[in-house]
Design a protein around this ligand. Structure first.
Ligand SMILES: [Zn+2]
Length: 558
């Protein structure tokens, strides 16, 4: 059903692709110099664009969709994970995690860290004991171990890992909130939440600091993996100096085969050692059409399973947190407005990590002040935004705030289970009101948060937006099926909406005349099959600026 058949001449001049899908069904389109020059409804119309030097790719009815856009990912980290880290599925049991550590640690040179993840948040209670720490130590073969959870906000570290990082295992001294201790002995359990991970992560960043060559290697791998899933545009949600230098080097070498919207990381006022103006200056120097640098990323809270996300109503009562724990936002309103105003005055859009409905509220309050001060030409994103109160859904529409939804928490899975344990099933069943937001006119843009999703397979997210059911079939039932999107809406959430959210829709996001010829040939027609089958979509080839950047070894027709 697929297959390309170049007929004549110079592939640079024009290529006609038959079987293109937009919202409507098109017969094909023409490409010249990396841009779309015509979109044709019929074969006859298409033939009019074929000249003597034209290369015709007859896809024999195969489906073509716009290159996908991942509105929240971390491609360097994803690439590093694929190349360097211990990877196990977030549904792994504690025994399976320990077996994975055992096998990985045996192969490592002396003193090297076992680093990787990600353990399901549902394991948190099981890991929070001296016995669990002893079991981890027993399979570590003397290596320090650092394993993050499925949110990447929290970590489980063995005794050696804490020792070499300079933490006193007996629990003596000052530790940040989120450093779990044994209630009997006061010893550190090795479970570290949010900021409590800083000591180990800072140490790890020093001893494992990638060389510039390794940075390039990780970035190349990240791009290769994204292209293999049909992704030709991303918003990287946390960009530091090294990421800019790497992206710029790849662009100069002609290896940047996707559009990157960089979110410059600003951890907020008072975070030692961070120099945002320096990062901004470097961004101004290295930014380009392909490597955009006009977004800033802030975080207002943590994640629900660790009870560090900020909610308006308390979490389920627990021994550790008590009965009235709501979490808290990390910036007060004046600080937030100060940072937002700086961004707006510098023409920078802002993406804010908000995992609970209280942090969403705080972010929208800040956005409202900015809109009232006349800053209407910048984008504001609520990142993740699983929990939005009905009143704030209305405000998001009024204030033109983007709902950036990531990772895939709109269907039952291990993170959703972990959230329901700390918030109750009822509240968890109110996650991701994507239907209502869409109907109100809010731009809903999907992201993987890769490596939070273990791979940037956006087809799983697209299928799940329509079915609200686990595409892997591991978790039964659906999550708030009334909030399902249609297939065209779900596809747009991962293409045109993402491009709009990143202010790139004049260039990418749909197959329209004048836009970059970024598109994906896939093995099935998402518009004519059962939505659940979209999850199994195989990419036949990915095209960036009219050139093939990924081609499957062999894909059988679906
Ligand atoms: Zn992220």
């Amino acid at each position: 059903m697929t297959g390309t058949a170049p007929q004549t001449g110079d592939p640079q001049r024009q290529g006609v692709h038959r079987g293109a899908h937009d919202d409507r069904l098109y017969a094909g389109f023409a490409v010249r110099d990396g841009r779309i020059t015509a979109v044709a409804a019929t074969d006859e119309e298409l033939d009019a664009h074929v000249g003597p030097g034209t290369t015709v790719h007859d896809l024999a009815g195969a489906s073509v969709v716009p290159g996908l856009f991942d509105a929240h990912c971390h491609y360097n980290h994803g690439g590093m994970m694929v190349l360097r880290e211990l990877v196990f599925p977030s549904h792994a049991t504690l025994d399976e995690v320990l077996a994975a550590v055992d096998a990985f640690a045996r192969e490592l040179p002396e003193g090297a860290w076992v680093s990787g993840g990600s353990w399901g948040s549902t394991l948190l209670p099981q890991l929070s004991s001296l016995e669990a720490r002893a079991r981890l130590d027993a399979v570590s073969h003397g290596h320090p171990v650092h394993l993050y959870d499925d949110s990447h906000h929290n970590a489980w570290v063995n005794t050696e890992g804490m020792r070499v990082s300079g933490m006193a295992i007996d629990g003596s001294g000052e530790f940040p909130e989120g450093t779990l201790k044994d209630p009997g002995t006061g010893e550190l359990l090795g479970v570290l939440l949010e900021r409590a991970t800083d000591t180990v992560r800072t140490h790890l960043a020093q001893v494992q600091a990638p060389t510039p060559e390794e940075h390039l290697e990780f970035a190349r791998k990240g791009i290769e993996v994204l292209n293999s899933y049909g992704v030709t545009g991303i918003q990287d949600a946390l960009i530091r100096e090294a990421d800019l230098v790497t992206g710029h080097a790849l662009e100069k070498a002609g290896e940047l085969t996707l559009h990157i919207s960089s979110c410059l990381w600003n951890p907020g006022p008072g975070r030692a050692g961070h120099d945002f103006p320096a990062l901004k200056a470097l961004a101004d120097e290295l930014g380009s059409d392909l490597l955009r640098t006009d977004f800033v990323k802030l975080a207002l809270d943590g994640v629900p399973p660790a009870q560090t996300a900020a909610f308006l109503e308390p979490y389920v009562a627990s021994e550790q947190w008590g009965a009235r724990h709501c979490g808290h936002v990390t910036m007060d309103p004046a600080e937030l407005v100060g940072v937002l105003r700086y961004n707006c005055e510098n023409g920078l859009s802002t993406k804010i990590h908000c995992a609970g409905d209280a942090s969403v509220r705080a972010a929208i309050d800040g956005f409202e002040v900015m809109r009232s001060e006349g800053f209407t030409d910048v984008r504001f994103h609520i990142a993740h935004g699983q929990f939005v109160t009905p009143a704030d859904r209305v405000r998001m529409a009024e204030l033109d705030v983007v709902a950036e939804i990531s990772p895939f928490l709109w269907y039952p899975n291990v993170i959703v289970s972990a959230i329901s344990e700390v918030l109750t099933e009822e509240r968890t069943a109110q996650m991701h009101p994507n239907r209502e937001l869409t109907d109100r006119g809010v731009l809903v843009a999907g992201g993987s948060d890769w490596p939070v999703e273990p791979l940037p397979n956006l087809w799983l997210g697209i299928a799940g937006l329509v079915t609200r059911a686990d595409p892997g079939g591991r978790f039964p039932g659906t999550l708030w099926s009334e909030e399902a999107l249609t297939v065209p809406e779900a596809l747009r959430a991962f293409s045109l909406n993402g491009a709009k959210a990143a202010r790139l829709d004049d260039e990418i996001g749909s197959l329209e005349v004048g836009k970059c010829a970024d598109f994906v040939v896939i093995d099935r027609d998402p518009f004519s099959i059962e939505p659940a089958e979209i999850a199994g979509t195989r990419v036949v080839s990915t095209w960036f600026a009219g050139e093939v950047v990924y081609e499957a070894a062999s894909v059988e027709p679906a």
